[in-house]
Design a protein around this ligand. Structure first.
Ligand code: UD1
Ligand code: UDP
Length: 385
């Protein structure tokens, strides 16, 4: 007797979702028990395409929805309509979403309206603050409310879901798929001498005699003054230490680009030469840069998860985090967006060797690189509703 294959639609829209879903989508597609397809909303365009290219993922459905400086309500409406069409056409048994973006929440909603079961990858992350991060905290709670199979990255995330009265049999700890992706790319980097040499050449503006701080930032709750304060802090840091340079792949959101152009690009020439502003880089070069960095300053969720695996101290420019494991282990520190605080904490890492060492211990609190295998196995037998 042959049993029908499970039809799974793997949905994502932004760079981090793609990084965390690409290998899972490939594993499902290669598995004989599944008929799996990828749908991208393209909430991001070029930053998404960079990831599709490195993981060689070809979506069957591409809604191509990104608009410049898109608003939340507008994007929500467009994703809901687009996803409903795809779900009606493909008629999956399961829709799989990831994380806390508008794509994740709205794709889950579209599946629910069509009475299709939902699996949520990276379920159960919480800060407990409705507006921080905004709108991600509510996106993941709302996606969770629509979810039949909660794939929690850590035991802490599982506990958060149980506290919200999610039935125990619907929650499973899998590890975070970001670690699977990071190990995959790290191995590629380690094995490929030529690729590393090409990256050395591409980033030849970095002076090996200087210490490099890698910076990223994009949170909506920090738009406006907090972003200006962060940019001013970066100028202060290169002014304070002559052997330090900053490499900052600037997110394409216009609300990020504006303060970066106004403050960092306009810094006095003697400092500007040590502030390297580049476009978002592909995942492989970004992992190379993380490995090369002395430390990282970021508000990114994914980077907070990667830095501990790479043994890099991580200063988190946010007031709270849904990923507290590295903070508790002492390798990440929540420092907010205050200009003086960012400077003080950075100079401490630069000047105090013992402090630097205490924050640069390599550990993997978010996963062990086998999350995708566990998720595939769970999906083989999971009960929908
Ligand atoms: C989105 C997610 C956020 C996630 C982040 C990862 C929401 C509401 N926000 O934030 O949770 O942490 O992605 O980076 O889901 N843009 C481009 N090209 C691109 C990508 C973005 O030009 O490839 C510009 C566009 O003008 C776009 C704007 O950035 O309108 C904002 O994109 P959007 O996805 O709405 O928000 P992000 O800040 O990227
Ligand atoms: N990243 C990348 N290129 C960059 C900056 C980040 O490939 O120029 C990767 C990073 O390694 C991590 C992910 O993108 O895996 C994080 O994405 P982002 O910060 O945009 O979103 P978040 O994780 O905060 O949702």
């Amino acid at each position: 007797m042959t049993t029908a294959k499970r039809k799974v639609l793997v949905v994502f829209g932004t760079r981090p979702e793609a990084i965390k879903m690409a290998l899972l989508a490939k594993a499902l597609r290669a598995h004989p028990d599944f008929d799996a397809e990828v749908c991208v909303t393209a909430q991001h365009r070029s930053m998404l395409d960079q990831v599709l290219a490195i993981f060689d993922v070809k979506p069957r459905f591409d809604l191509d929805l990104m608009q410049q400086n898109q608003g939340l309500a507008d994007m929500t409406g467009r994703i809901l309509n687009g996803m409903t069409g795809v779900v009606r056409e493909f008629r999956p048994d399961w829709v799989l979403v990831q994380g806390d973006t508008t794509t994740a929440f709205v794709a889950a909603l579209a599946a629910f309206y069509e009475k299709v079961s939902v699996g949520h990858v990276e379920a159960g992350l919480r800060t407990g603050h409705k507006y921080s991060p905004f709108p991600e905290e509510m996106n993941r709670k709302l996606a969770g409310a629509l979810t039949d199979l909660h794939l929690a990255p850590t035991e802490r995330a599982r506990q958060a879901l149980l506290r919200e009265a999610v039935p125990e049999e619907r929650v499973h700890v899998t590890g975070n798929t970001v670690v699977d992706a990071l190990l995959w790319v790290s191995k590629k980097l380690d094995d490929d001498h030529a690729a590393r040499a090409a990256l050395d050449a591409r980033f030849s503006m970095l002076d090996p005699k200087r210490r490099m701080i890698l910076v990223t930032g994009h949170r909506r709750e920090s738009f406006g003054k907090p972003f200006e304060d962060m940019c001013n802090a970066f100028v202060d840091i290169v002014r304070a230490r002559a052997d330090v340079e900053i490499l900052y792949p600037v997110h394409l959101n216009p609300n990020v680009q504006a303060p970066v152009k106004a403050i960092l690009a306009a810094a006095p020439e003697e400092l500007r030469s040590r502030i390297h502003l580049v476009d978002p880089v592909e995942y492989l070069p970004f992992v190379y840069l993380q490995k090369r960095a002395t430390f990282i300053v970021t508000d990114s969720g994914g980077v907070q998860e990667e830095a501990p695996s790479l043994g890099k101290p991580c200063l988190v420019t946010r007031n709270d985090t849904e990923r507290p494991e590295a903070v508790e282990a002492g390798t990440a520190k929540l420092i907010g967006t205050n200009r003086e605080r960012i400077v003080t904490e950075s100079l401490r890492l630069l000047d105090d060797e013992a402090h630097y060492r205490s924050m640069s211990r390599a550990h993997n609190p978010y996963g062990d690189g086998k999350a995708n295998d566990r998720i595939v196995e769970l999906l083989r037998t999971a009960k929908g509703s």
